[in-house]
Structure formats: C-alpha cells, structure tokens
Write a protein that binds this ligand. Structure first.
Ligand code: BGC
Length: 251
C-alpha cells in the first residue's frame, strides 16, 4: 500500500503543500501554493495550513494520516526556538500543538533545512549515502542539515557560524548575493570561505547545495575547491515538502 503523508513547506513568500508518496519520494497530487500572509504570525500561518489540508481532504481520508510542516527556525519537540528570518512571535510557540489543534490530526513541525536534507538523503542527491553528508540551503538565510549513516542530527544551524566576525548567512546566503549585487564569482569567493570553515569543523564526505539558487549551480559550484565533493540538490523546491512528510512519518 502506498504510504501517503501531507507535507507543507512554510516559506517567506509562499506556503506550499502536497500529499507525498513516501515510497517514490514524489508528490501524489499536484502541489498547492498559497501566499504567506503579511507578517506571517503563527495563527495566520495555521489558517493557511488549514486551507491546504482542506484542499487535500479527499486524499487524506483517514484521520491517522500525519502532516509534516517546515518552519525556518530551530524546532525542538515541536516548539519553535529561533526566528532569524520570521516573525519573532514564533519563538516559544508550541507549533505542533497549535497546528494539531487547528487540523484535528497529528502534525509534526520541523526545521526547513532538516526537512530538505532528509529528503535529499532518502530520495535525492545523497540517496543512500551512509557517510557524513551536510546539506545546506542557500536562500534568505543559510539552512543546514547534518546527516550521518542515514540519521539526521537536527537543528545544526550552520548558517549562523561566526566567520571573520560575521554571522555567516549575512555574507554568504543567496540574499547577500542579491542585496549586494555580487557577481557569481564574487559570491563564490564568499561560499569558498564558508564551506572551507564548515569542512574544517565537520569533515563531511559529501556537501549538497539546495535552495532556489541551486538550479544555477553551474554558475558558482565550479569556482569552489573543497576536499569533499559538492553537488547541487536534485529535489529542488520539492525537497521541503517531501522532507516534511518523511520526517512526520519517521517521527
Ligand atoms: C535559520 C534556520 C533556517 C535557515 C533557512 C536560518 O536563518 O536560523 O533555522 O533553517 O535560515 O531558512
């Protein structure tokens, strides 16, 4: 029997959801994207998640089908603990409880990069890898997932390493490239510094680069010279949804 779980990815501009077929690591129906409400406070996001769930009600006909939801912050035991690029009122919110109450079904809330990383490990660029894999997502911030022998070590937050006196994501995220109008080569120099520090601390066997900009990987990855192979993510913008579903199923 196909294992279906609903995955929902909460991003800065859109909240996207789809039922995920976990055996194939693919959407079982077309994904629905609704705009993220202005300010994106927890209760407003809960309303949008409720609408996405209602849209897929016929697919999720049993009440026991879990829902996985990503947020761009640290999440421990369902409670959001940091909010670098989201509304500060998320900090301290028991998001598992808020969303479960709203939906009347089990909801598992996880960090966005952890979801993307687990999806790449189970179904994408790092499929089946049993060494140490670090997946980073380059977007508004830098998210990270630390995966070892098939297991996720959650909330690694490597985007906030302090490098040369700066919060790393403020210099090396894709938003820094856009904000400062950096050429691909200039940005690649920042990534070189960033990934060198990551490598010296963790000695990964494989680095996977996700986030929207990873579809332009040929513009910046060839400039990087690292010990470990560094490859683009393959699930692209499906990774958050698929990983959220995967984590909900595995939790
Ligand atoms: C947050 C992380 C998140 C990443 C990507 C960072 O600023 O601290 O939790 O995974 O951005 O959204």
């Amino acid at each position: 029997m196909t294992r279906l779980v609903l995955g929902i990815d909460v991003g800065g501009s859109g909240i996207k959801g789809a039922p995920v077929d976990l055996d194939r690591g693919a959407f079982a129906a077309e994904r629905l994207r609704l705009p993220t409400p202005e300010g994106a406070r927890p209760a407003e996001v809960a309303d949008v998640i409720g609408r996405i769930c209602a849209h897929f009600a016929d697919v999720l006909d049993g009440d026991d089908v879990p829902v996985g939801v990503t947020v761009p912050g640290v999440v421990t035991h369902g409670v959001v603990r940091s909010a670098a690029n989201i509304h500060p009122s998320w900090v301290g919110t028991d998001a598992d409880r808020l969303f479960s109450g709203r939906l009347g079904r089990r909801v598992v809330v996880v960090n966005d990069a952890d979801a993307a990383g687990l999806a790449e490990l189970r179904h994408g660029a790092a499929k089946g890898h049993d060494g140490l894999v670090i997946v980073t997502t380059l977007g508004t911030g830098i998210g990270s997932a630390l995966l070892h022998r098939g297991a996720l070590v959650p909330n690694s937050e490597l985007g906030h390493l302090e490098i040369d006196g700066h919060d790393a994501e403020s210099r090396a995220a894709d938003s820094a490239r856009e904000r400062e109008d950096l050429s691909w080569q200039e940005w690649a120099q920042r990534l070189q510094r960033y990934y060198s520090v990551v490598e010296d601390l963790f000695w990964p066997d494989l680095l996977v680069v996700g986030g929207g900009v990873s579809k332009k990987a040929d513009k910046f990855l060839p400039h990087l010279h690292l010990r470990a192979p560094i490859v683009p993510a393959t699930l692209r913008n499906a990774a958050g949804i698929i990983g959220a579903a995967q984590l909900a199923a595995e939790s």
